[in-house]
Design a protein around this ligand. Sequence first.
Ligand code: SF4
Length: 78
Amino acid sequence: MSSEKAQFKAVADRSRCCGYGLCATICPSVYKLDADGLVYFDDARIPPELEEEAREGAAACPAEAVWLEPIGAQGNPA
Ligand code: SF4
């Protein structure tokens, strides 16, 4: 029982992403950039210890293309 539960998941609207890369600069553990420079996630679940960094990364996005959502409210897996 050692796994810490993620409370939030990252969500991206890639149609809004302009590839500025600020999110990935601030929180590279969560936000990745694909070959076109657009954001994606290896795993959208945010470990609790990365939550603050992930919020900062999302807040820094000039296009408001990424944000965090609570996990579990609608049974919608990442
Ligand atoms: S900061 Fe926003 S626009 Fe820039 S790569 Fe990240 S999601 Fe895309």
